[in-house]
Design a protein around this ligand. Structure first.
Ligand SMILES: [Fe+2]
Length: 319
């Protein structure tokens, strides 16, 4: 057992050398990327690119049926369906996909999985429009033979509001927590009987590209999650799972990171004349944070502008 509380990887040997084409790269999936974490919760690290450090988790809740939390980029459906078969279940058992928000690395395979299974797709009302009407740029193949980031739009069959509960099996209830900030309609999910918290991108991991539209909302969302008593399992999208006290440390580490970003933004803005140019601001802050230069600059530049314009962010951080 490690900090995540993970059991040994699911031991289907086929996956120890499983490879599949993904955006023109060959990405090796090893057994450690496919995890049964509790009797009811499984995690699949789906790749975001050729580096093993960049991934998004698809979480599966096994009850009488199977519920997916997020889906990865388009193309991840192959990994999800093969994994389910390797555990002795069948993809046709997927009845529900819950999308924590509308970003392409979370919604990309939803259409393929819905087309395969006929399952319902659920999301928060504020992010649902971007799932039902996907940005056309995300539907274009970036180059011949390479799939688009998102397989297509999907209708949202169930809108999820804060406090809603979803039965996903006997004694398995997911509670919806509206945790905006990363996007307006970002949600987290608490599997109540297991005290397992799925946060999507509502909690920003230190060292990764900070992406949020409303930093004050983000800080309040994380502080709200910190107040949940007795979290046993913490399941973020782009970071490894954690267990018990380590879960709370992750939340606190995220707030520390947001403070660090805010300090760097204020310093960079003070060094630039007049209204800061977004790209110049982003360049300085990225250097100060030591973020990998390949991290999405347009998203990051918007995040830093949102930070700069968030009157009251210091108060929110110190509340
Ligand atoms: Fe996201």
């Amino acid at each position: 057992m490690d900090e995540s509380g993970s059991r040994a990887p699911v031991s289907d040997i086929r996956y120890s050398s499983h490879r599949f084409g993904f955006y023109g790269w060959w990405v090796e999936i090893d057994a450690g990327d496919l995890m049964q974490i509790t009797p009811h919760i499984h995690a699949i690290k789906t790749p975001l690119g050729p580096s093993p450090d960049r991934f998004v988790h698809v979480y599966l809740v096994y009850g009488d049926s199977i519920t997916l939390i997020d889906t990865g980029f388009s193309g991840s459906e192959k990994l999800v369906t093969e994994y389910i078969r390797s555990t002795g279940r069948d993809p046709s058992e997927i009845r529900l996909i819950i999308l924590t928000h509308a970003h392409p690395d979370h919604i990309g395979s939803a259409k393929a999985i819905r087309d395969l299974t006929g399952c319902m797709v659920a999301a928060h009302p504020l992010d649902a429009p971007a799932i039902e009407n996907v940005d056309p740029m995300l539907l274009k193949s970036p180059s011949p033979g390479v799939p688009p980031l998102v397989g297509g739009p999907v209708p949202i069959g169930r809108l999820l509001d804060d406090g809603d509960t979803i039965s996903v099996g006997r004694h398995l209830t997911l509670e919806v927590l509206h945790t905006p900030g990363h996007t307006p309609g970002s949600i987290s999910l608490l599997l109540q009987e297991k005290m397992a918290l799925f946060t999507g991108d509502a909690v920003q991991a230190p060292g990764r590209a900070p992406i949020y539209t409303d930093p004050i909302a983000l800080v309040r969302s994380i502080k709200r999650l910190e107040k949940i008593p007795a979290i046993k399992h913490y399941f973020p999208a782009h970071d490894m799972p954690a267990k018990g006290d380590a879960a709370y440390r992750r939340l606190e580490d995220s707030l520390t990171y947001i403070r660090r970003v805010h300090t760097a933004v204020k310093k960079a803005a003070s060094e630039l004349p007049g209204t800061p140019d977004p790209q110049a601001l982003a360049g300085r802050v990225i250097t100060a944070l030591g973020i990998h230069p390949g991290a999405a600059p347009p998203f990051i530049a918007r995040t830093f502008l949102a930070d700069l314009n968030a009157a009251g962010l210091d108060d929110a951080l110190n509340e």
